[in-house]
Each structure stands twice: as structure tokens, then as C-alpha cells.
Design a protein around this ligand. Structure first.
Ligand code: HEC
Length: 261
């Protein structure tokens, strides 16, 4: 019985997401918010169904020193021009692209192995973005780069110096987020109170995922995973149930307004 209720809730959530995401892409609710940080379809990509050939894959390459070294060389040569040396999405070749290159140091913390491997392998063709596909590089190389992007975001490696772009800096990421939230408050999308709650939960969420990398691969799609992480945070008393619920709601409001993934 309980399972059935959960299933129904999940279905409802999926229907809601399906109803919201494409609108965000094509008709930004707020003029001028169609590009930049949000409103560029990132939410739709993050919640897309992972093709069967990739769904459920997990990284077979341990993120040891050798892998990170290989990843660094490959990433700096192939990816940093767009994604930036530090994975902040600010490489010189990416400056004029719309959507902009993802801040992979950050998004690789929350997205699962299968999602990242799919996106690195196939690129953005099916989404109409300029992200190239990298199937010409062997599988190990692709996993090495995934290990490296995550290490950039966890702050455990020093970025290669090659292409430009800021070193990963949680403060820059936080400043970008603060700016986005201030915009959202100013535009009346959310209240100041909601902005504060969002920030608090987001910080705890990110820290938790860096400390518990296994949570990224707990199966299911991005929505189910997010639910699982929030439940774990409530369980650990890191946030309250009310804060977890509010976070989902605020996340959806920001997404619907094209302000964030
Ligand atoms: C020509 C510029 C360019 C290059 C070079 C490039 N990317 Fe991208 N990448 C993008 C853009 C633009 C996006 C955002 C659109 C998308 O997700 O399709 C993106 C998205 C991604 C994503 C998805 C992140 C998310 O949060 O959804 C990953 C992972 C990624 N790139 C990894 C890489 C790796 C690894 C390399 C090097 C092997 C690389 N990219 C090279 C432009 C580039």
C-alpha cells in the first residue's frame, strides 16, 4: 500500500516536471532570462531519461592518483577551452556559447556516473547544444576525466594551467548563486526567506554529496536521487523535513522562472 502511494507520488512528480521543463526552455517566464545561468535547458537535461546503453553504468576506474593525472591531461587538452581550467564553465572558447558550458566542477558533484558518462560520450547533439561527443576517446579516458572534474569540484586537485578560467572556488560558485537568488527575490519569484532557506539547504546538500559520493549512484533518475539525498539529510538531522520540502518547492519556482537548472 505504502509502495503504491509512493509510486503515485512519483508519477505525479514526473508529470509535473514534464509539464514544467519544456516550457522553461522555450518560453522563459521572465523576459531576458532565457540565457545565462538558467533557462538554458539545463534542468531538462539533468532530468532527461538516460539512454539504455548508459543507464545504470558506474565508474569502474578508481579516482586514484594515476587516474586523476590522466584526467587532468585529457581535460586540460580537450575540455578546459570551454569549461575552464577549474571546471567553472568559464573557458575562453565557451564565452560566446548559448547555452554556456556547464560548470562541470559543480554539476559533477550531484550528477551520477551514468549521466556524466552519457553526456561526455554523446555530447549535446540531441539537445541542440555545442557540447561535442567524445566517443573517440576510449572509455577509461572518459572515466578519468569524470574523476578529474569531480576532484576539481571537491577541491582535491590543483587545476592544470592551460586554457584560462578561474580555479574552482566554492566562493565564486556561491557568489553566482547569491546573485541568482537576489535576482529571484527582486523579480518576486521567491521571498527573501525562501532565498535564505534555499542557500542553507543547497550548501548542506553539496557538502553531503562531496562527503558521500556513493549517494550519486543510488539508482533512479535525478529527481529520485535528489529525494534520497534530502531524506538522508533529514535523517541525519542536518536539515528539517520542512526545510527539505521548502527546498523542493523553491527549486521548482526558480526552475519555472528559468533561473536555475
Ligand atoms: C566547444 C565547447 C565545449 C568543449 C570543448 C567541451 N564541452 Fe562540455 N559542454 C559544453 C556546453 C556548451 C555544455 C552545456 C550544454 C550541454 O549540457 O549539452 C557542456 C556540457 C557538459 C557536460 C554536462 C554537464 C551537466 O551539468 O549537465 C559535461 C559532463 C561536459 N560538458 C563535459 C565535457 C568534457 C569532459 C569535455 C572534454 C572532453 C568537454 N565537456 C568539452 C561545451 C563544451
Amino acid at each position: 500500500m505504502k509502495k503504491l502511494v509512493l509510486l503515485l507520488l512519483l508519477l505525479l512528480l514526473l508529470v509535473l516536471l514534464a509539464a514544467c521543463a519544456p516550457q522553461t526552455d522555450e518560453t522563459p517566464a521572465i523576459p531576458g532570462m532565457g540565457m545565462g545561468m538558467g533557462g538554458n535547458g539545463m534542468m531538462a537535461r539533468h532530468h532527461a531519461t538516460i539512454p539504455e546503453a548508459y543507464a545504470g553504468l558506474s565508474n569502474p576506474i578508481p579516482a586514484d592518483e594515476n587516474s586523476l593525472e590522466r584526467g587532468k591531461t585529457l581535460y586540460t587538452a580537450n575540455c578546459a577551452s570551454c569549461h575552464g581550467d577549474g571546471g567553472m564553465g568559464d573557458g575562453p572558447a565557451g564565452a560566446a556559447l548559448a547555452p554556456a558550458p556547464a560548470p562541470v566542477a559543480h554539476s559533477s558533484q550531484m550528477m551520477a556516473d551514468d549521466y556524466l558518462f552519457w553526456r561526455v560520450s554523446e555530447g549535446g547533439a540531441e539537445f541542440g547544444t555545442t557540447m561535442p561527443g567524445w566517443k573517440a576517446l576510449d572509455e577509461q579516458s572518459r572515466w578519468d576525466m569524470i574523476n578529474y572534474m569531480r576532484a576539481l569540484g571537491a577541491g582535491t586537485v590543483t587545476p592544470g594551467q592551460g586554457m584560462g578560467g578561474a580555479a574552482y572556488d566554492p566562493e565564486i560558485q556561491a557568489a553566482r548563486q547569491a546573485e541568482m537568488l537576489a535576482d529571484a527575490v527582486q523579480q518576486g519569484v521567491i521571498s527573501q526567506n525562501e532565498a535564505d532557506t534555499f542557500r542553507l539547504v543547497h550548501d548542506v546538500l553539496e557538502k553531503y554529496q562531496i562527503e558521500h559520493p556513493e549517494i550519486r549512484n543510488n539508482g533512479g533518475n535525478a529527481t529520485e536521487r535528489e529525494t534520497a539525498v534530502l531524506a538522508a539529510l533529514v535523517e541525519a538531522n542536518a536539515i528539517t523535513q520542512a526545510q527539505a520540502d521548502a527546498f523542493r518547492e523553491i527549486h521548482d519556482k526558480l526552475g519555472a522562472a528559468g533561473l536555475m537548472p
